[in-house]
Design a protein around this ligand. Structure first.
Ligand code: NDP
Length: 498
């Protein structure tokens, strides 16, 4: 039996600085996926609520002080948000655990990581520059300036709720955008909490508005004419829908989508380090992670040794109540996701892959929640669905290769291109893979580390655009060219009148 006290929290939406319910007074509830008890109650936003939120963000952008402040003033407020996130860290971490099922120790790291993102974005608020052109001729000086793109619609997923909101929002705010945020209906708690912290920090009313809901909220936001840019993280399937709507309306769009990320292991690798990264890569966040290292491509000469060791390490992974400090893998987010995992495991078996470990649900002594066993398949070939498609669960596919060219070819054989890694002591092999793999991030002898300074995003079906780093500002700014005449207009189109 869990000894943790769990209570439900009711949270209203935040529109134009005020706590509001939905116009039709409908609500939805979120149950803890580990404990099967209601932990959150939220208004179900309809199109009218989204409209109110977009209008508030529009007013804040078109008439309010936010885009007109200096970068230094905005930076101060973003730093203050980071302080407030740290002040409320334990409460935020607990909300993440109860709504997403992730382990408390990991949730604490994510809250700290989120505060770090607000701090980094604060530095960028003072570093959004353009260009000056002084070599165009005697009579012209030109300025290329960056302006905020306008009102940003932010749609975030359930796997890293506060962290992904913090990969988008502070960067948009740094350059003077305003926003409407729509968190996943499975994990809205920390985003609503964050929106209140922004007001407490002194960010003006209407600059960030948060709507909660499911079924139509995301599409109402994407298709709203008052939105200038949609920044979406989630599945490739929904990313395509978002891009289609944005295309029809010629809105800006920025997408972080799925991945089927390979870790390549060469025979000369530090196998102990690689093993730790392999189990971390696949079981971190129960595999519900766009960066999950869900394919391990292993050189045939060490394939057997590696698979034995991977199974051994996988058996040691503590799966359990996410509120327990020792748990490393918590609950699967909902029944739909559990069904998806089971379907893929079934396909792996049917396709002839060899199940070495797991392949089934896991019951805790409490009898509550949805958990899945660490699962390892070997004998996987690149055309199997478990080698090509994003499972979003603790299911690892081991794929053997013959040489580095073969490994790079297999690495590039899915529609995705989010991230990849290689384990080797050979610098030439490492660089050849880093250049040859079409992915937004390549790790060499490390896995899944991220830094606010480093751009993140995908090739192919993994997305459009980049988040983080100074490149993040590109998505949130428009470029304007200003030409200035210096002295009298000499280049006449019609001859001067006598
Ligand atoms: P989805 O990626 O499918 O996204 C659901 C979100 O998108 C909700 O907020 C929903 O809001 C919104 N949405 C749905 N349709 C539209 C639309 N036409 N326009 C705009 N927004 C829309 O997440 P799921 O939870 O359904 O997860 C399914 C799969 O997605 C997972 O199995 C996993 O493979 C992948 N995934 C990937 C993530 C990543 O980090 N890359 C994160 C989470 C999931 P509403 O219903 O209100 O419209």
């Amino acid at each position: 039996m869990t000894t943790h006290q769990i209570t439900a929290v009711e949270r209203l939406m935040v529109i134009d600085g005020k706590d509001v319910g939905s116009a039709v007074d409908e609500w939805f509830e979120r149950e803890s996926p580990a404990h099967d008890v209601v932990v959150g109650r939220y208004p179900q936003a309809r199109a009218a609520d989204v409209d109110n939120a977009v209008r508030a963000a529009r007013r804040a952008f078109d008439e309010g002080p936010w885009p007109r402040m200096s970068g230094a003033e905005r930076a101060q407020l973003l730093y203050r948000v980071a302080e407030l996130i740290r002040r409320d860290a334990e409460q935020l971490a607990r909300t993440e655990v109860l709504e997403s099922g992730k382990p408390i120790s990991q949730a604490r790291d994510e809250i700290e990581g989120s505060a770090g993102l607000w701090e980094y974005a604060a530095t960028l608020a003072r570093h959004s520059y353009g260009d000056a052109h002084n070599q165009l001729g005697e009579d012209v000086l030109a300025l290329v300036v960056q302006e905020p793109v306008g009102v940003v619609g932010v749609i975030t997923p359930w796997n890293f709720p506060l962290l992904i909101a913090s990969q988008k929002l502070p960067f948009a705010l740094a350059v003077g955008c305003t926003a409407v945020v729509k968190p996943s209906e499975l994990t809205p708690g920390t985003t609503v909490h964050l929106t209140r912290l922004l007001l407490e920090a002194g960010i003006p009313e209407g600059v960030v508005n948060t709507v909660t809901g499911a079924g139509e909220t995301g599409s109402a936001l994407t298709s709203h004419p008052g939105i200038d840019l949609i920044s979406f993280t989630g599945s490739t399937a929904v990313g395509r829908l978002v891009a289609r709507t944005a295309g029809e309306q010629l809105k800006r769009v920025e997408l972080e989508l799925g991945g089927k990320n390979p870790q390549i292991v060469l025979p000369d690798a530090d196998l102990d380090a690689a093993l730790d990264a392999i189990v971390f890569g696949i079981y971190f966040n129960a595999g519900e992670c766009c960066n999950s290292g869900s394919r391990v491509l292993v050189h045939r000469v060490i394939a057997e040794e590696l698979q034995t060791a991977v199974v051994e390490r996988s058996r040691q992974v503590p799966v359990g109540d996410p509120l327990d400090e020792t748990t490393k893998v918590g609950a699967i987010v909902n029944q739909q996701q559990l069904d998806t995992i089971e379907r893929y495991v079934g396909e792996g078996n049917a396709d002839g892959a060899q199940l070495l470990l797991g392949g089934d649900r896991l019951s805790l002594p409490t009898g509550t929640g949805r958990f899945y066993q660490p699962t390892v398949f070997t004998g996987v070939t690149p055309e199997m669905s478990i080698a090509r498609e994003e499972i979003f669960g603790p299911v690892l596919s081991l794929i053997a290769f013959d040489d580095l060219d073969d490994a790079i070819r297999i690495a590039n054989s899915t529609m995705y291109g989010l991230s990849a890694g290689i384990w080797t002591r050979n610098i030439d092999a490492a660089l050849t893979a880093a250049r040859g793999i079409r992915a937004g991030t390549v790790w060499v002898n490390r896995w899944m580390d991220g830094y606010p300074e480093l751009p993140f995003g995908g090739y192919g079906a993994s997305g459009l655009g980049r988040e983080l780093g100074r490149q993040a500002l590109t998505a949130f700014t428009e470029t304007k060219t200003i030409q200035l005449q210096v002295g009298p207009r000499t280049a006449r189109w019609l001859p001067e009148e006598a």
